[in-house]
Design a protein around this ligand. Structure first.
Ligand code: ATP
Length: 603
């Protein structure tokens, strides 16, 4: 209904109001009609979508990997019978046999080898399945691989044979030594075989010099001979290169100098050599780290920090000495991961993976298992005995680490991935910046100081070669706090018993060791008093347990007392009550007035 404005103004007030009211009513009615039609159209469009069942389909390669990890050998047999390729390569360049060795699935390994899988297949770090079995101390697997003809002398890109990754005194170590003995190879032969590489490089450099070649030539990655020799610890080669004019400040494409690499890979003597030849300890690499920031050992970091102080002093006073005089070279090599000593000349970019692999698989038989958390859940870094080897098993990164990258994110694909990951002890998963945690309800060797240090980063960006972890979320929050100069807050939400308190302890431990690596104990301020924001509860029904971290203090606020006396349907009460109900004796229950039925009903 349309009204002429002039006509409207000419009407007396009472009529005008009635007319306008009618007009408004018409408008509202028309609006409601339109809404209804739109809703009908919307639901008509949505209905076929609901009826159409979505099916998530995975390739046979994913399914067989999953079956191997879960030890579902019937499934492995079925898939192989249906024609799944036993020699397929994994994204890491490894084979299904590597996966079997990683998860100690001897039966599946046998099946794969029967069907022609290559027992000596090497992954991109040149690890064979036997390297993996040795690192994981899987004696049965090592034996099987050796019986199937695995080459015990194959070297990885660091020149290490499987024996180098086995733990002295372990069964795997014994099997490997026995096999070497049977083949007439003694340890000195192995050693000299490994030493061949530096002498080959030395003679190559000598040849280059006699033919007038440049010692400063670099490859496509900007890596010079001095980078390679420094990273690998080839002292003689480094001396020769430096004597013949190699540039100690040469930077590769990631702005790393030979000093960065020597520091990072724990080559203490090379660090000394380079500093003596004028290498600048103040130069920053692409990640804005000085060599001292990425040093593999405290000793090297100390030497570099002293050198930095001298350089700074020299800027003020050019007559000051360029280097401190003391030298403790002999003390250092024990700290360097064995796999990184006596290494070969392989692309530098490869070496990061090896350093991490070495730490991931470091699993010392006889080494004490990680101690259960203290009452406050926070082991101060001071509690870690220096030099003690800790058990660490991180699962290598996988494409499913971030579910946000799945091409189709539905309930079923999400659940499938989470279940698969859980079975593989991958309890952490990203969805973008959110970290999902599935409570493993068992101790996993992924919270030691070594792991915490692995996740330290100078920029707050997650290292792509590390799997999702609560430490990386803590690290991110720390960097956000430093960048934005704003307090940061973690919201831990989940059902009772889902692991929020444990997660909180791990965050605290990481932040504590980051803020004071030399160690201090935090006050036990955490108390199990609060309720939590559960997954099922709407925000107005309960508030999240909120935790603020202010360097040394952790406050846990109990904001949800209602959960004690009036649980909503399908909601759990506090975990501790279920434990009490199950674990307390009749007397103890009586003393706590829990004997009657109403107490049971309460939980
Ligand atoms: N990351 C983990 N690794 C190993 N065990 C864990 C982990 N997280 C939780 N747990 C186990 O689950 C139990 C319950 O976890 P936690 O107390 O953290 O749950 P919660 O969510 O804080 O529970 P509530 O809401 O009742 O306080 C722990 O006592 C521990 O045994």
């Amino acid at each position: 209904m349309e009204i002429d404005q002039c006509l409207l103004e000419s009407l007396p007030l009472g009529q005008r109001l009635r007319l306008v009211r009618r007009l408004r009513c018409d408008q509202v009615r028309a609006y409601c009609e339109r809404e209804k039609v739109l809703q009908r159209q919307g639901s008509a469009r949505a209905r076929p979508l609901i009826r159409r069942k979505r099916k998530v389909q995975f390739g046979s390669s994913d399914i067989i990997q999953d079956a191997i990890v879960r030890h579902d050998n019937k499934e492995v047999v079925r898939l192989l019978k249906e024609g799944t390729d036993p020699s397929m390569l994994l994204p890491s360049g490894g084979s299904l046999l590597h996966l079997c060795a990683r998860h100690d699935n001897v039966f599946a390994a046998e099946l794969l080898m029967e069907r022609g899988a290559d027992v000596n297949q090497q992954d991109e770090d040149l690890w064979t399945a036997l390297h993996v079995a040795s690192a994981c101390d899987s004696a049965d697997m090592a034996l099987l691989l050796l019986l199937a003809g695995a080459n015990i002398m194959l070297q990885d890109i660091n020149g290490n044979i499987p024996l180098d990754y086995s733990t002295e005194g372990s069964e795997t170590n014994y099997i490997l030594l026995k096999r070497l003995e049977e083949n007439g190879v003694d340890l000195s032969t192995v050693q000299s075989m490994k030493m061949q590489q530096p002498s080959t490089m030395l003679s190559d450099v000598q040849y280059l010099l006699t033919t007038g070649g440049s010692v400063n030539q670099c490859n496509d990655e900007g890596v010079t001979l001095l980078h390679i020799a420094s990273a690998n610890g080839y002292s003689d080669v480094v001396s020769l290169l430096l004597k013949n004019g190699a540039d100690p400040q040469a930077a590769d494409n990631t702005c790393c100098t030979p000093l960065h690499l020597a520091a990072k890979y724990g080559q203490a003597h090379i660090v000394n050599q380079l500093l003596l030849h004028g290498a600048d300890p103040m130069l920053l690499n692409g990640a804005k780290d000085k060599p001292s920031d990425i040093a593999a050992t405290d000793w090297i970091a100390d030497v570099l920090l002293k050198a930095e102080a001298c350089w700074e002093e020299r800027l003020r006073d050019p007559t000051a000495p360029s280097l401190p005089t003391e030298n403790h070279y002999e003390e250092v090599n024990q700290d360097v991961p064995p796999s990184l000593r006596n290494s070969l000349t392989f692309p530098i970019s490869k070496r990061d993976g090896l350093l991490e692999k070495d730490i991931m698989f470091r699993d010392v038989a006889g080494a004490p298992a990680p101690q259960p958390s203290q009452e406050n859940g926070i082991e101060g870094p001071s509690s870690v005995v220096p030099g003690k080897l800790e058990q660490v098993k991180l699962v290598p990164p996988a494409p499913s680490d971030d579910l946000a990258s799945l091409s189709e994110l539905t309930n079923s694909s999400l659940l499938y991935e989470m279940q698969k990951r859980f079975g593989n002890d991958q309890i952490y998963t990203y969805i973008g910046h959110i970290l999902l945690l599935v409570n493993p309800n068992k101790d996993l060797p992924i919270y030691s100081t070594v792991v915490s240090q692995l996740y330290l980063s100078s920029s707050g960006r997650l290292c792509s070669s590390l799997p999702p972890h609560i430490f990386s979320s803590a690290e991110r929050a720390y960097h956000m706090m430093m960048q934005e100069r704003q307090p940061q807050c973690f919201i831990l939400s989940g059902e009772s018993g889902s692991g929020k308190t444990e997660a909180c302890k791990h965050i605290m431990r990481h932040l504590a060791s980051r803020s004071c690596p030399k160690g201090f104990m935090l006050e036990p301020k955490m108390k199990h008093v609060s309720g939590d924001f559960t997954l099922h509860r709407r925000p107005q029904q309960g508030l999240p347990k909120a935790t603020w971290y202010t360097w040394t203090q952790l406050y846990t606020y109990a904001l949800e007392k209602s959960r004690l006396c009036s649980s909503a349907p399908h909601q759990h009460n506090f975990n501790v009550f279920y434990m009490m109900a199950e674990g307390l004796s009749a007397e103890e229950r009586g003393a706590l007035c829990l004997a009657c039925d109403c107490a049971q009903t309460q939980i």
